[in-house]
Design a protein around this ligand. Structure first.
Ligand SMILES: Cc1cc2nc3c(=O)[nH]c(=O)nc-3n(C[C@H](O)[C@H](O)[C@H](O)COP(=O)(O)OP(=O)(O)OC[C@H]3O[C@@H](n4cnc5c(N)ncnc54)[C@H](O)[C@@H]3O)c2cc1C
Length: 552
């Protein structure tokens, strides 16, 4: 019997496990479908290149055929180990834009607004470069560092951005977001600092915390509409964990897993559940809806030097010395997150804030790293930060071991394609500016022949991919149609909440790991202080006054 059963040990789940088990009088169970995070490729940052192919540490989902992407089904990696996606991600530390949280405040109240978010980001952060300040914290568990290794081409990209009239930004999480610069990463001493490393590893010995890995949650157990436990499958055997009478089930399976488990358990759109023979517990039509993701397109160029991280015989000496640097000093190119530099720009001057993000990789990247691309080259990722298209997670089968239906419905809003066309044009302008032009041999994809808007649209439909930020599938809101209320309680049910990226009402303009960790920190406080919606508003008012005083 547990006071809290947390399902999913990802970015959010690890934070919850840490905070809730800090009270020795509470018994906490953390269930995770994947194994422990012992594989060294998780911890060595450049190991990311090989994690895409892992079947053991990666759910490796495929989307439904995408109508606006020539019917293609896209590869959707999600982490499946302690740390979840934070154990296989690119480690870029970005909080999003202040306005994202103003929109959350509109949807869910002040406790989810910018002042509160900033307070939590700072509380969680241990920034290795910036001192404690208006924007940064140094006392938290989440290590945020500058990269130990930056390839000369990543520096050239930033220089070229400035030559293309984009300002330099020394801190994307500081005063403003616009500009080109170098990413800070969730790393410590040249190693990945996943949510598991930051929040779980240090508390593994707590006697009131049980962590069950290789445990695939298959159903939430309800008595009437009250959650009382979870069924899971481990080594082909069915097991159950139960809550104490006032205990809670906390769903942190991520934006794909959480709505999927809810639907398998009878919570979702009644008609869809019926179609798959799932008995209805509660008709909640928005479960799985409101799916938002960042669609991404690349420019890939051959380099005229051997500066990039290459796959070539001539790279072997650098590879060997890089391995020694990493093993003995935790330095060198193996500490690279690959997406070393980048930036945020507007697709057109009339925009009030950046709606495009760049990730520059000083290497070729083919098919999410699943295919080897020989030679020396570089890749610019360009993504639409504020997409209007909305998709859904649905059921394909009532079998919990079958993946769900994933339909992001990319480019269903025409505005999104216009943003991406602008992104390609701005990206090319940067890559043709002098500092990058001197490394340029030729454009491999899409290739110089792709010039007009129609040709670019065709190319986007042929090649665009996810940049891995699905959110929104258990939308939080004050309105009765939302899946969870501002305390993250599932509407119409008792003793169950959602705490992960799926509660975001709107996708943030940036990478989603730090925002998800922040969500879990906020949730842990709501749960531990037993706050209700009115209390949230009151304490947020207090927090805002405090923040305003501090800013003054
Ligand atoms: C390849 C990749 C690169 C990315 N790069 C970045 C980046 O550079 N910066 C950034 O900020 N964000 C990045 N992201 C996104 C970011 O990592 C995610 O948004 C974030 O980790 C989501 O956190 P979460 O807690 O919602 O879900 P997750 O971290 O995915 O955690 C969900 C957990 O639940 C478990 N689970 C799922 N179903 C079940 C089940 N049935 N039973 C038991 N357990 C289950 C999963 O195995 C997983 O451990 C990236 C993501 C990916 C996949």
């Amino acid at each position: 019997m547990y006071d809290y059963i947390i399902v999913g040990a990802g970015s959010a789940g690890c934070v919850l496990a840490n905070r809730l088990s800090a009270d020795p009088s509470k018994r906490v169970c953390l269930l995770e479908a994947g194994p422990r995070d012992t594989n060294p490729l998780i911890h060595m940052p450049l190991g990311i290149a090989l994690l895409s192919n892992s079947k053991k540490l990666n759910w490796a989902f495929q989307t439904a055929p995408q109508q606006n992407l020539n019917g293609r089904s896209l590869f959707w990696p999600r982490g499946k180990t302690l740390g979840g996606s934070s154990s296989i991600n690119a480690m870029v530390y970005i909080r999003g834009h202040e306005d994202d949280y103003h929109a959350w405040e509109q949807a869910a109240g002040r406790y989810w607004g910018w002042y509160r978010a900033l307070e939590l980001f700072k509380r969680l952060e241990c920034n290795q470069r910036f001192d404690k300040s208006e924007h940064h914290g140094v006392d938290g568990e989440l290590a945020v560092s500058d990269l130990k290794y930056i390839n000369p081409l990543s520096k050239a990209f930033v220089q070229a951005g400035m030559e293309a009239n984009i300002n330099f930004n020394g801190d994307f999480n500081g005063e403003y977001q616009d500009g080109v610069g170098f990413y800070q990463v969730t790393q410590k001493n040249g190693q990945r600092w996943s949510s598991a490393r930051a929040f779980l590893h240090g508390v593994l010995s707590r006697p009131n915390l049980d962590i069950i890995t290789d445990a695939h949650a298959s159903k939430i157990l309800f008595e009437d509409r009250k959650a009382v436990g979870v069924s899971y499958i481990k080594k082909n055997m069915h097991h159950q964990v139960k809550t104490t009478s006032g205990g809670e089930v906390l769903l942190s399976l991520g934006a794909v897993g959480t709505p999927h488990l809810l639907m398998l358990s009878g919570v979702g759109a009644a008609a869809e559940l019926k179609e798959h023979g799932v008995s209805l517990v509660h008709d909640l039509p928005e479960v799985g809806k409101n799916l938002q993701d960042h669609l991404d397109i690349t420019l890939m160029c051959a380099a005229n030097s051997r500066e990039p991280i290459g796959v070539a015989l001539s790279f072997i000496p650098r590879g060997v010395s890089g391995l020694f640097s990493y093993v003995f000093k935790r330095e060198g190119f193996l500490t690279s997150n690959v997406a070393e530099s980048g930036g945020f720009v507007k697709s057109s001057p009339d925009r009030d804030r950046p709606n495009l993000q760049f990730h520059f990789l000083p290497t070729y990247l083919k098919d999410h790293g699943r295919k080897i691309a020989g030679g020396y080259g570089y890749t610019l990722h360009i993504c639409d930060l504020l997409p209007k298209s909305r998709g859904r997670i649905g059921l394909k089968s009532a079998n919990p071991l079958q993946p769900p239906l994933i339909d992001p419905n990319y480019l269903s809003d025409h505005e999104d394609i216009k943003t991406m066309i602008a992104g390609i044009k701005i990206g090319r302008a940067i890559l043709q500016a002098p500092s990058m032009a001197k490394h340029f041999k030729h454009e491999v994809v899409p290739g110089q022949a792709v010039k007009t808007d129609d040709e670019i649209i065709e190319d986007i439909r042929r090649r665009a991919e996810t940049i891995y930020h699905p959110v929104g599938t258990c939308r939080m809101g004050k309105d009765p149609a939302s899946v969870v209320d501002p305390c993250l309680k599932i509407r119409g049910l008792a003793n169950i909440r959602v705490v992960d990226a799926s509660i975001m009402p709107h996708l943030v303009a940036g990478n989603t790991n730090a925002p998800t960790i922040m969500i879990a920190e906020n949730a842990a406080e709501i749960i531990m202080r037993n706050l209700d919606v009115e209390a949230l508003e009151a304490s947020a008012e207090f927090a805002r006054e405090g923040a305003e005083l501090e800013l003054a």
